[in-house]
Design a protein around this ligand. Structure first.
Ligand code: XMP
Length: 326
């Protein structure tokens, strides 16, 4: 029978059997999945695990600090932080195609993990030579939507499934591969992770890189980070965090429209709000947010974010839309 206690016990046993006395690294993204996967593996193999947080420059405002602080405080896990903004932005330069972006991000993640592995080996001496495993928080829906790891995406290549390079040297440990998000949250709770981690809204590994329609640049990321921070702040202030599944904020970087501000003409970019409600992200409905909250978000974004002169609301369910725009 399915109980979280059984799932935890079985996973712990399976992880111990798979990893043995070797070492593993786990990429943390700030999301629930990687946090729960890491906690589960830590329960199984203790300090044979090192977590790696890749700051790829595609994170939201305040996210890096949160991972470094909250997760380490909650679990006491060994954490290695890798600054990789330049590397990711260089790899993404000139690229607008969503699948291409996803594959580049997936590939760069692996390259950074390989580098982290090499550094751990150097630091730990002989004992570090055994870093063979990479832990990923892949969920069942990620596998399904990426085409089951067959190399052909059904819908889109999740960075940790279809977006992986072919020449990957790690053996993968994916303890959540058969679970849905609500089950992952229950497992997280069972493992004693704090509420703010267990109930964190989903955030995709490729981060804001797949929320800029068009080429990803530092300047555009900074704009989007500001707009996203405003939307999140207002949603939290309105007490709506638990009512919505997540609310992607998207920059239409290749679209411009005419506006007016003060007595001058503007020619700026639209920001899209994509609040959704969902059970498992496989299907979703657009959230009926209160008009006054939408209004505050719109007023603040157009006032406070340079080059953004319009805010639009995405009222598409999934299907036919996906939750993210890319
Ligand atoms: P879509 O856009 O496919 O998103 O409706 C479904 C859920 O998955 C998240 N998402 C990802 N998560 N890596 C992740 O870790 C990815 O590459 C990825 N792409 C989408 C998305 O935020 C939503 O919760």
């Amino acid at each position: 029978t399915w109980t979280t206690t059984n799932v935890v016990e079985e996973s712990v046993a399976a992880i111990r059997e798979q990893v043995g006395t070797k070492r593993a690294i786990c990429g943390l993204s700030g999301g629930v999945d990687s946090a729960v996967a890491a906690a589960l593996v830590q329960r199984a193999i203790g300090d044979q695990l090192t977590c790696v947080y890749v700051d790829h420059g595609l994170m939201r405002k305040g996210e890096s600090e949160q991972v470094e602080k909250d997760f380490v405080a909650a679990t006491g896990v060994q954490l290695k932080v890798v600054e990789a903004e330049e590397r990711f932005l260089t790899a993404l330069a000139g690229v607008s195609d969503p699948e291409e972006k996803r594959k580049i991000i997936g590939r760069e993640f692996i390259r950074v993990f390989e580098q982290a592995q090499a550094e751990l080996v150097a630091e730990a001496g002989a004992a570090g030579e055994d870093v063979e495993f990479l832990v990923q928080g892949t969920l069942y829906p990620d596998v399904v939507e990426s085409g089951g790891g067959t190399g052909t995406a059904n819908i889109k290549s999740h960075h940790n499934v279809g977006g992986l390079p072919d020449d990957i040297e790690f053996k993968l440990v994916e303890p959540l591969r058969r679970l849905f998000k609500d089950e992952v949250r229950m497992v997280g709770q069972e493992l004693g992770l704090p509420e703010e981690i267990v109930h964190r809204q989903p955030f995709p590994g490729p981060g804001l890189g797949i929320r800029i329609v068009g080429e990803v640049t530092k300047e555009r990321l900074d704009l989007l980070r500001e707009a996203d921070a405003i939307a999140r702040e207002e949603l939290t202030a309105a007490g709506l965090d638990r009512d919505i599944w997540q609310c992607p904020v998207v920059l239409l970087a290749d679209v411009r429209s005419v506006g007016v501000q003060g007595d001058g003409r503007t020619y700026g970019h639209p920001i899209v709000l994509r609040p959704v409600s969902s059970e498992d992200a496989m299907t979703a409905d657009w959230s009926r947010l209160p008009y006054d909250v939408l209004s505050r978000i719109s007023t603040r974004i157009t006032n406070e974010v340079d080059q953004v002169n319009r805010v639009v609301l995405d009222i598409t369910s999934k299907p036919p839309g996906t939750i993210e725009w890319e």
